[in-house]
Design a protein around this ligand. Structure first.
Ligand SMILES: C[S@@+](CC[C@H](N)C(=O)[O-])C[C@H]1O[C@@H](n2cnc3c(N)ncnc32)[C@H](O)[C@@H]1O
Length: 195
């Protein structure tokens, strides 16, 4: 992790607040993901943290599907590993520790989630480019960002960077206490550098 990332990345000590019952009341993973995740899909939970979304995603894709849960911090992945140990989900969730931006994930993803994590990235353009490469044609990416850390302008800039990496903005779903965008990999998948 670089010095800049250390300052921005949500520490493992905050994992409990990300994984709380109270959060489930206002950000129910199944309700949020129901329109996008179906049985048999291969899905990516990028910046999965303690797996608040990964576990529900694993039930939603069922035994024939797969969840790839990626995080920068081993401490976050260990919390998720402990939760699924000895359960049916152990086979269904692949844990992957990425080294900074080297996501290095298989190129067969149907749906990707980046929940409350993009503002922690030092290089959003590279992230979108890598996710676009990993998604199947017309695969979708749901980006959700927190309301206070991320201004309206910053969020619009994030969407522009995604569009520069070949994503098309499909809709702006309503997610409580958040800014959200559903993006689809364009069939041409080009990369434009706006910098
Ligand atoms: C605020 S937490 C959100 C966790 C989870 N998505 C949720 O909503 O509960 C952000 C997570 O993104 C991870 N993260 C930050 N930068 C990352 C990167 N470059 N690659 C992978 N994960 C990263 C952090 O380690 C942290 O677990």
């Amino acid at each position: 992790m670089t010095g800049k990332e250390k300052d921005c990345v949500c520490p493992v000590e905050r994992a409990g607040s990300l994984d709380s019952r109270i959060r489930r009341w206002f950000q129910n993973p199944r309700k949020i993901l129901e329109p996008y995740v179906t049985e048999g899909m291969t899905v990516l939970d990028f910046g999965c943290g303690p797996g608040f979304f990964s576990i529900d995603m694993a039930y939603m894709v069922g035994p024939s599907g797969r969840v790839i849960a990626v995080d920068l911090q081993e401490g976050m992945l260990q919390i998720l590993r402990d939760k699924i140990l000895g359960t049916e989900l152990e086979e269904r969730i692949t844990l992957h520790r990425c080294e900074e931006l080297m996501v290095n994930i298989p190129r067969e993803i149907d749906f990707a989630l980046a929940f409350y994590m993009i503002h922690e990235l030092p290089d959003q353009r590279s992230f979108f480019k890598e996710i676009a490469e990993a998604l199947r044609p017309q695969g979708r990416l749901l980006v959700v960002e927190p309301p206070f850390h991320v201004s309206k302008e910053d969020f619009e800039e994030t969407i522009q960077k995604a569009q520069g990496a070949g994503f098309v903005l499909v809709e702006r779903p309503k997610v409580l206490l958040s800014k959200a965008a559903l993006l689809e990999k364009s069939q041409w998948n080009y990369f434009v550098d706006f910098s």
